[in-house]
Design a protein around this ligand. Structure first.
Ligand SMILES: [Zn+2]
Length: 214
């Protein structure tokens, strides 16, 4: 905890002072480039990965970067999506999964979340991911299995996003683009799903437009 307090002091007296103009502008309002939906995992740092700053990303983070289908949860996920899309008018939504994800691990091996009843309930929203892994990848070894699950899971969240009315409407108007990414902890690389290639590819400096079939 001590290091966090030192960090706050350093931020306030150093960085905040140096970038006063930026922070003064942000007081007036926000106009983020994208809604970033990522995992709560402490090793995934959206601003660092994307080298963005305050005001650039509207972030929604939870265990397993999940967006339950519209109406399936009373959590804050749907409200955050609605606020980003309708309130802030974001043009891009990124679902970013990551390797070594504990939530995906719990999904594939429920014994790891045995003593976490709320986590087990939350993971029910990822039942489709679990079923796809069970039925389509039965014989894949453990590590590869978890990586595939992370990839499939991000794509399923893209599908869930499309059940949200505010998202569906803007997709139909072609005012919104959805992106499925996977951050690889081991190398620092980000992979993006390419509908044309039918698989994840290393993210090029130019944004690969992503999922949507309309
Ligand atoms: Zn995770």
């Amino acid at each position: 905890m001590q290091s966090l307090l030192r960090g706050i002091h350093h931020f306030r007296n150093g960085i905040f002072e140096q970038q006063r103009e930026l922070f003064a502008r942000l007081v007036e309002g926000q106009s983020p480039e994208a809604l970033f939906i990522g995992c709560s995992d402490s090793r995934v740092a959206p601003s660092m990965i994307t080298q963005s700053g305050p005001g650039d990303l509207f972030e929604l983070r939870n265990a397993g970067n999940m967006i339950p289908p519209y109406g399936a949860s009373n959590g804050g996920e749907a409200a955050a999506v609605e606020f980003a899309v309708v309130g802030l008018g974001v043009k891009d939504i990124i679902i970013c999964g990551h390797t070594c994800c504990g939530a995906i691990g719990g999904l594939l091996d429920p014994t790891t979340v045995e003593k976490m009843p709320l986590m087990r309930t939350w993971l029910e929203h990822a039942e489709t991911t679990r079923r796809i892994m069970e039925e389509n990848y039965p014989d894949v070894p453990d590590t590869a299995r978890r990586n595939i699950a992370v990839q499939e899971h991000a794509l399923l969240q893209i599908e869930n996003l499309q059940t949200h009315p505010c998202v569906a409407v803007r997709l139909q108007r072609r005012e919104l683009t959805l992106h499925a990414w996977v951050y690889k902890l081991e190398t620092g690389e980000v992979f993006a799903y390419s509908p044309e290639a039918g698989r994840y590819l290393p993210l090029a400096a130019e944004l690969v437009p992503v999922a949507r079939q309309t």
